[in-house]
Design a protein around this ligand. Structure first.
Ligand code: DX5
Ligand code: ZN
Length: 220
């Protein structure tokens, strides 16, 4: 299965955002992970559509939009228009998750669904068919730089077994507290899309990305 790196720009230096994103592409990262926070679903506020529009087309990377917002269905069309290639919503944030996933597909965008660390992965079962990607949060959503919650390994492997058992070859993305030191264990548990903010953007961005890519390739 193809392993993918999705560097989260939440940890980038915004005065140099374009140049920093380009370094991740040059070093092989396939996605740009774009964390949207509304100050309601999570305590913090990050960035939104105008920033997405301005990075659209900057590189050939896939724009992987992670909506940490309440009732995200309200914003699906807007983010699709601004260039999202994937839109992931939180199961806990949607009144009607199935309808929200259909709305994303109606916009011609790939649909992801995410669970916070406290939500049983079994709650994703009704959406296994509909969603293209499943995002397991390995920290409480809201901030970069937190520590990986070890119980996440089990959650990833349970979800991978649920998919395998149904003959479904779908993406499992994991987000929060992933560095060179623990990424191999996250892959071994069954994930194939790796989000990293601090692990990529703190320090030498090109070298950090390249090292991640080496490990990702080793586990394909
Ligand atoms: C957290 C965000 C993450 C965050 C990850 O709510 O969804 O994408 O940027 O940051 P690190 O890799 O620093 O934990
Ligand atoms: Zn994220």
């Amino acid at each position: 299965m193809k392993n993918i790196l999705a560097p989260s720009i939440l940890s980038a230096d915004f005065k140099a955002l374009g140049d920093q994103i380009k370094k991740t592409e040059e070093a092989g990262a396939q996605y740009i992970h774009f964390d949207v926070m509304d100050g309601m679903f999570v305590p913090s506020i990050s960035f939104g559509m105008p920033v997405l529009s301005s990075i659209k087309g900057l590189t050939d990377q896939t724009l992987d939009v992670h909506l940490m917002v309440t009732e995200p269905v309200r914003y699906v069309r807007g983010f699709a228009k601004c260039g999202a290639d994937i839109i992931t919503v939180h199961l806990e944030a949607c009144r009607d998750p199935g309808q929200t996933l259909r709305e994303i597909h109606d916009c011609g965008v790939r649909a992801g669904i995410s669970v916070k660390p406290g939500t049983p992965v079994e709650n994703l079962i009704p959406y296994l068919d509909e969603a293209d990607m499943f995002l397991i949060m390995s920290v409480e959503p809201g901030f970069g730089g937190q520590e990986f919650i070890p119980e996440s390994f089990k959650r990833i492997s349970v979800l991978r077994a649920m998919l395998d058992g149904r003959g479904m070859d779908k993406d499992i993305e994991v987000d929060g507290g992933i560095y060179h030191s623990n990424v191999a264990d996250v892959l071994k548990a069954g994930a194939n899309v790796i989000v990293s903010g601090s692990g990529v953007y703190k320090g030498n961005i090109f070298d950090n990305t390249e090292k991640f890519m080496e490990i990702l390739r080793d586990y394909e």
